[in-house]
Design a protein around this ligand. Structure first.
Ligand code: TYM
Length: 371
């Protein structure tokens, strides 16, 4: 794959992503300063992930805000495919979702697509996926969502809540549409081909719960967008509002290219990693540095391709600190060892606190479940 090429689908993110091109390809809109200002007016502050452009694109966010301003509250909807442990990349959209829940005081539906992960992988048994489902729920609760305003929906357990809606959706989507949108082939198992309505269904669940058309906003990384494209096409025909989205970029993995992914565990930091493991992973990460210290001092380094830089920027640095870091990196005043140390020093206490919340979550699971 040349550096010009990239792929973004719900199951694979590869190459050097050009987010402007991706927005064009997917037909989404950039979050404008005006939209940011409207969010600030309601929320009282702009989350750093918005300010730094980590959440960068949307569909119908303006409509969601207009309805909200009129007193018509939306639901948030997001999810997780429980195929493995939770890494720090997953946490970013969820931390942002929590900010939206808090500031807009809205309900959240959190879907766990255990069915999808069983169907997608040749190797994973349902038992394994169920184990990760239970584990991942602890991470989700540890984010700090409001138990009174959050429901976790496990597909295989709560299917009765979404199956009637999924059927209505399935009837309106053809094989040629899902083939074109998701890239399914003749060799794709028919479970996967039939899965998209199951992830689409929670977009309409709030309307059913509330008994009136209820807007839904989906915060997630942009890889999930294909689901929303097909859902939006049929929503109004079914009498529901089109689900709106706010899309994030990806937290890069600690390797040379691509998003942080559980399928390359050495380049992902998991919420359950010990301090030693964190140290080891960060020590051996790829950076944007030069081969030698002398060259780095002379030529400077390339922060734009450096996962350590982006990881610090999105999680731990203030905007000012991050801009200063990029300036010094480019100018050769900063060596990679220093940034790696900063990242280790910030990640370990963050994870230690997260693990405490994760432990506490064990007693809270019932509060978050559908009856
Ligand atoms: P999954 O489990 O692949 O991803 C869960 C969420 O994390 C986002 N994500 C990332 N964000 C930033 N950096 C990364 N490196 C990174 N990797 C993953 C994903 O965009 C997603 O928001 N089919 C879905 C589960 C699902 C869902 C949803 C997701 C069901 N309903 C509604 C979002 C919204 C899945 O397998 O996600």
């Amino acid at each position: 794959m040349s550096s010009e090429e990239f792929t973004v689908t719900p199951w694979s993110v590869e190459g050097d992503i050009d987010y402007d091109k991706l927005m064009q390809k997917f037909g989404t809109e950039k979050i404008s300063p005006e939209l940011e200002a409207r969010i600030e007016k309601i929320a009282g502050e702009v989350h750093p992930m918005l300010k730094l452009g980590y959440f960068f694109s949307h569909r119908d966010l303006d409509k969601i805000l207009t309805e909200y301003e009129k007193g018509n509250k939306f639901y948030l909807y997001t999810g997780r495919g429980p195929s493995g442990k939770i890494h720090m990349g997953h946490l970013l959209p969820w931390i942002f979702t929590k900010y939206l829940q808090e500031k807009f005081d809205v309900n959240l539906i959190f879907q766990l697509t255990d069915d999808e992960k069983f169907l997608y992988s040749d190797q994973k048994s349902m038992e394994e996926v169920s184990k990760y489902t239970q584990e991942n729920i602890l991470d989700i609760i540890a984010i700090g969502f409001d138990p009174k305003k959050t429901k976790i929906l496990i597909d295989t357990k709560d299917i009765k809540r979404i199956y009637p809606i999924a059927l209505e959706i399935a009837k309106r989507i053809t094989f040629s549409t899902v083939k074109a949108v998701f890239g399914f082939e003749n060799s794709t198992n028919i479970g996967m081909i039939g899965f998209p309505p199951i992830q689409a269904a929670p977009c309409f669940l709030p309307s059913i719960i509330e008994g009136r058309p209820t807007p839904v906003l989906i915060p997630a990384a942009i890889d999930q967008d294909p689901y929303w494209r097909v859902t939006r096409d049929i929503a109004e025909k079914m009498g529901y509002p089109k689900p709106a989205q706010i899309h994030s970029k990806f937290l890069p993995g600690l390797g040379m290219q691509g998003k942080m992914s559980s399928s390359i565990p050495e380049t992902a930091i998991f919420t359950t990693d010990t301090d030693d493991v964190v140290d080891k992973k960060i020590s051996s990460t790829f950076t944007g540095g030069q081969p030698t210290v002398d060259l780095q001092r002379k030529l400077g380094a390339n922060f734009s391709i450096c996962p350590v830089f982006w990881y610090l920027r999105y999680f731990f640095d203030t905007e000012k600190e991050s801009d200063e870091r990029s300036r010094k990196c480019k100018g050769g005043q900063l060596l990679c060892g220093e940034c790696k140390c900063n990242l280790k020093d910030a990640t370990k206490p963050f994870l230690s606190e997260f693990k405490k919340q994760r432990e506490k979550a064990k007693d809270q699971v019932d509060k978050f479940m559908f009856d």
